[in-house]
Design a protein. Structure first.
Length: 289
């Protein structure tokens, strides 16, 4: 599901164009291999649909106005994620929830088109941290979507960071979803004050879920109609989240059962220490299961 207004813009696009949507500059690609939309506010992949398939990412039909962030797609949580605010430089350690990247303006630095797909490079318009830089690489073709968030320490002291690629996956019905690949993994249950447990078998999503799984394995998502494989790089935390009936204000109840978040992350289980000059690549890859 994507808003009708955005869908109309995509369908009227041939090739690539940059347009205004919901007060934001968005880059649209309607190519032989499929469709891709990226917002330059937050460098957020909003939409991906490979040719011959339906959309893989969920996007709210009621996005917040600026300066709010859009719920859906793949928001960037950087250089911190949730309450792991190690890199928060604000005076009271109270910077935006999920970090600075998703509220910042980004620029499209390079577009590499080829017959099979496309590769995009993006970077923030203004520095987001005194010691850290970020850049984003997005690769898309008819078989997969790959997103890489690359951090670099340009300072003279080590920096501890957390982060996430907060992926909203489109599903037929959240309560029909089954997640394979987590069996045997330990997890922290945020709905039970971070109580630790071990996953037994396949995860079935029947209600609210907010868990951090300690694993670097790929996950296979089956919603009863389609399977997607969610792989990742340089991440030992997989966050699985759905609010069930406790919905955010920008998520209408009639569409809430059409997404689930499966996120490549670095959390309290695997924070990243970057020494001066070091880089870290946090990646997620979506492909047909």
């Amino acid at each position: 599901m994507i808003p009708d207004s955005l869908n109309q813009l995509i369908k009227s696009t041939q090739g690539q164009q940059t347009v205004q949507w919901e007060g934001r500059d968005v880059v649209l690609f309607n190519m032989p291999w499929g469709e891709l939309v990226i917002s330059l506010q937050g460098a957020q992949v909003l939409h991906f649909c490979p040719v011959g398939d339906t959309h893989w990412l969920w996007l709210t039909p009621t996005p917040q106005a600026l300066p709010g962030a859009i719920r859906g797609g793949i928001p960037l949580c950087w250089p911190w994620f949730a309450d792991e605010r190690y890199a928060d430089q604000s005076p009271n350690h109270d910077g935006p929830f999920h970090g600075l990247a998703r509220h910042a303006d980004w620029r499209l630095d390079a577009v590499d088109e080829h017959a099979e797909g496309i590769e995009l490079h993006l970077s923030p318009v203004q520095p987001l941290h005194t010691l850290l830089t970020a850049r984003l690489v997005v690769q898309a073709n008819a078989q997969r979507l790959n997103v890489e968030l690359i951090s670099e320490n340009i300072g003279e002291t080590p920096v501890k960071t957390s982060g996430a690629l907060h992926t909203y996956l489109a599903v037929a019905d959240t309560h029909q979803c089954r997640l394979e690949g987590l069996s045997g993994a330990r997890y922290l249950d945020k709905l039970r004050d971070f109580a630790e447990s071990e996953q037994q078998g396949t995860l079935a999503v029947q209600g609210a879920v907010d868990r951090i799984y300690h694993t670097n394995e790929a996950v296979l998502l089956n919603d009863g109609e389609r399977s997607l494989r969610i792989g990742k790089q340089s991440s030992d935390s997989t966050v699985v989240w759905h609010p069930n009936s406790d919905l955010p204000s920008d998520t209408p109840a009639d569409v809430a059962r059409h997404f689930i978040c499966v996120e490549a992350a670095n959390t309290r289980l695997d924070p990243v220490w970057l020494v001066p000059g070091a880089q870290h690549l946090l990646g997620t890859t979506l492909s047909r299961g």
